[in-house]
Design a protein around this ligand. Structure first.
Ligand SMILES: [Zn+2]
Length: 320
């Protein structure tokens, strides 16, 4: 769950100097200062008092969830002190840098996606904000993903994607738009029974597929049953079998903003066009069996910063 537990790390940098300058502003008796000696004696006098005031927090960080499991979206929320001049915020972990967006005055948020292809264990989140740096250690727990064994007859390796299809899919995953379009928990895009969960791993003819995991949720709806937008967004991809979408089938991609995007595959009908703004719950298409699909179903993939994450928490918790 994304918002249940929070880890707070408070900065003590400049605590005394900030406290001192605050005290100075509130105490007319100490002004005007005549020389450095005078200032030093006041500082020592104040420092000798018990520190009962709330410490000034220049950079406060919350990590949700506190104990993420593979597939979770890690949310890094950073509250900067009002007096912080620099608003250059960067969040890195390992080799990757994650975009931080201002979601309220002096409040920033970055998403770190995790997937079943990664190793569980310790990582460090490095934050640079308002001239301060923090290294926050986190533990990413393992999760048991269902394993399927698929046997394909010789010479039947399945359908392969066209070059155009791959190119459009890559472009879809690369979309980063600064405006946050979603506003609460996501809706299920189909009311049908969920048939395949997120993250399923596969063996093909006895050989483990290292790069494969089920990148979304499947809904076993009948042909023609409704598909609705799970959240507000902008349609950035509409593709059809006739254009070469051999694997995806008829497909819609919706950008929810700030690196979050949905894909809907195997549709029988598409009811939107690229550039359309959709509302949560709006009918956008109909379930089908187009592309690499053995029967009618909806595949819904939710991407965060280009990686397919587990959509389930987004259905249960409103992500800031
Ligand atoms: Zn699927």
């Amino acid at each position: 769950m994304l918002c249940k537990s929070m880890m707070r790390i408070f900065s003590t940098n400049h605590l005394l100097s900030n406290w001192f300058s605050n005290a100075m502003l509130q105490n007319r008796a100490v002004t005007p200062l005549k020389n450095n000696l005078h200032a030093t004696s006041i500082l020592m006098g104040i420092a000798a008092l018990p520190l009962v005031a709330t410490p000034v927090r220049a950079l406060e960080v919350q990590i949700n969830p506190q104990k993420p499991l593979l597939g979770d979206t890690i949310s890094v929320i950073m509250n900067l002190d009002n007096s912080t001049r620099s608003s250059n915020v960067t969040v890195t972990s390992g080799k990757d840098t994650y975009p931080a967006y201002e979601i309220a005055p002096n409040k920033y948020r970055a998403f770190i996606p995790t997937t079943p292809l990664e190793k569980p264990g310790g990582r460090t989140i490095k934050i640079d904000a308002g001239g301060e740096s923090k290294n926050i250690p986190i533990q990413v727990g393992s999760r048991k993903f269902t394993v399927q064994r698929i046997n394909l007859p010789p010479g039947k390796a399945g359908v392969s994607a066209t070059k155009y299809e791959l190119q459009r899919a890559t472009e879809f995953r690369a979309v980063r738009s600064p405006e946050k379009l979603w506003s609460s928990t996501f809706l299920k895009p189909s009311q049908a029974r969920m048939s395949t969960p997120y993250g399923v791993r596969r063996y093909y003819n006895g050989k483990f597929a290292n790069d494969y995991y089920h990148r979304g949720l499947d809904f076993a709806g009948g042909n023609g049953s409704p598909v609705v937008a799970p959240a507000a967004g902008r349609v950035v991809l509409v593709g059809t079998v006739s254009q070469g979408f051999r694997v995806h089938g008829n497909v819609i991609g919706v950008d929810h903003g700030q690196g979050v995007a949905s894909i809907f595959m195997h549709l029988s009908k598409i009811l939107v066009k690229e550039g359309d703004i959709v509302k949560p719950g709006q009918l956008i298409g109909k379930i089908g069996a187009t592309g690499a699909s053995t029967g009618p179903h909806l595949h819904w993939g939710l991407y965060v910063n280009g990686k397919s994450i587990n959509p389930m928490p987004w259905l249960n918790v409103s992500v800031e």
